[in-house]
Ligand binder design. Structure first.
Ligand code: KG4
Ligand code: ZN
Length: 412
């Protein structure tokens, strides 16, 4: 009798736990590359809502170099993190002016070893404002530019220590995949993965080009990746060769879109690197070199002409799209996947989005095709927050002392 009662009360406890409203507010941080990103999400059961999403772009600073310069990016993150966090808390209505208080900065000093500026800024912030109603902190720990990652991670560690909160460490590539489930201006859910897996995920950005098999929710296998430059890096480097500025992807796409096919006089054919190889790896540095040789072989007048820029931009974009579609669809066929999931800055490209959609519809009509809203393809912290929540639901969280950067972190 006693045993039956025990079993019954355990069952009741479990169902109560299931029904319990998991209301909490998550503060998410990403400083993996050249954007300082802070977002605040509110969660209620499995529903999420964006309270704020602040991205401070360093484009103007890196434009001069035609790419991201890590030490400069690190310095900008140090400058930006407090104002960006303040703005995110303000927009989320969570910033409260507390009574001015003295704080012990001994431990904070230990966290920010060589970051005096950020330490001072944070100290002033903590003196001025009371503890905001946040329940969890999450931060990208890798992959990315190591000096940049450390700024965000130390900032997250300091906040978690000071506010006595746990941290969930996030893989930036997984966050790009989860960006697919973000909905702006409404509540959204972490989906039921049963209908999506096995899935082929393609993450293409300025730092990564990876083809990943998601076997089950949260279980990954890297099938292939770039052996040299990432696809976004190729766009960026070619834009620099052509004198189009940084970041290269959007400007190359804009030039390509201006091309009038009817008046085409110039013919340029670029290679599709590794497209016929049976593996799932990529290589984009040869493509950039091919552009450089072509550009150098032209008389200056031609190289600077609108027609040349538009023609080579369109051909480069098409070469990258061809390789990405070919390898991704082959992987989807080989692993008989239920879905193809894209992510990363490069998938903001309209041609890539259109051509993937058409090819999948035609060749793999029963496969679901997921692509994030354009706004959430490039770096942001909302994607970090939603990924963290999925980890939280699986019981993961850590003490701030156990959070470290891993610039070469891979999905497993
Ligand atoms: O994901 P992201 O913001 O940062 C990294 O994690 O690297 O991606 C930035 C990259 C840059 O290389 C940029 O040129 C590229 O994404 N990108 C694009 C487009 N918008 C951004 N590439 C092609 N077409 C676009 N419309
Ligand atoms: Zn990224």
């Amino acid at each position: 009798m006693r045993q039956i009662f025990l079993i019954l009360s355990q069952k009741l406890k479990k169902s109560k736990q299931k029904d319990k409203i998991t209301y909490m507010v998550i503060l998410a941080i990403d400083t993996s590359c050249d954007d300082t990103c802070v977002a605040i999400l509110e969660t209620r059961n499995k529903k999420l809502e964006i309270l704020s999403n602040v991205v401070s772009s360093q484009v103007k600073i890196h434009q001069k170099w035609g790419g991201v310069y890590p030490t400069l990016a690190k310095r900008e993150h140090q400058r930006n993190l407090v104002p960006v966090s303040k703005k995110a808390l303000e927009e989320a209505n969570l910033l409260e002016q507390g009574e001015k208080k003295k704080i012990k900065i001994g431990k904070l000093k230990g966290i920010f070893k060589k970051e005096d500026y950020l330490l001072k800024e944070l100290e002033n912030f903590l003196i001025k404002y009371g503890k905001p109603k946040i329940d969890l902190i999450t931060v990208t720990i890798g992959p990315g530019l190591e000096p940049c990652l450390w700024v965000g991670v130390n900032f997250a560690r300091a906040l978690a220590y000071f506010y006595e909160l746990s941290i969930i460490p996030i893989n930036h590539v997984e966050a790009h995949i989860f960006a697919n489930f973000i909905r702006e201006n409404s509540q959204f859910l972490i989906p039921n993965f049963q209908f999506l897996v096995p899935a082929i995920c393609l993450v293409v950005s300025g730092g990564h080009t990876q083809l990943i098999l998601m076997k089950k929710f949260g279980k990954y296998k890297i099938l292939g990746e770039t052996r040299d430059d990432a696809a976004g890096e190729c766009f960026d480097k070619v834009a620099r060769i052509l004198g189009l500025g940084y970041p290269g992807g959007p400007v190359i796409a804009a030039e390509a879109a201006k091309l009038k096919i009817k008046n085409l006089k110039l013919k340029i054919k670029l290679p599709r690197p590794m497209i016929n190889q049976k593996n799932f790896d990529f290589s984009f540095s040869g493509l950039k070199t091919a552009v450089l040789y072509d550009f150098k072989s032209r008389p200056q007048k031609v190289g600077e002409s609108k027609e040349y820029i538009q023609t080579i931009a369109a051909e480069l974009q098409q070469a990258i799209v061809d390789v990405l579609i070919n390898k991704t669809l082959r992987a989807a066929r080989e692993f008989n996947t239920k879905s193809v999931i894209l992510g990363g800055g490069v998938v903001a490209n309209n041609e890539l989005r259109r051509q993937f959609r058409e090819k999948i519809k035609k060749e793999l009509p029963h496969t679901k095709y997921l692509i994030p809203d354009i706004k959430f393809c490039t770096d942001n912290a909302v994607m970090v927050g939603i990924t963290a929540y999925s980890h939280y639901l699986r019981g993961e969280r850590r003490d701030w002392k156990r959070i470290m950067v891993d610039a070469n972190l891979t999905l497993k």
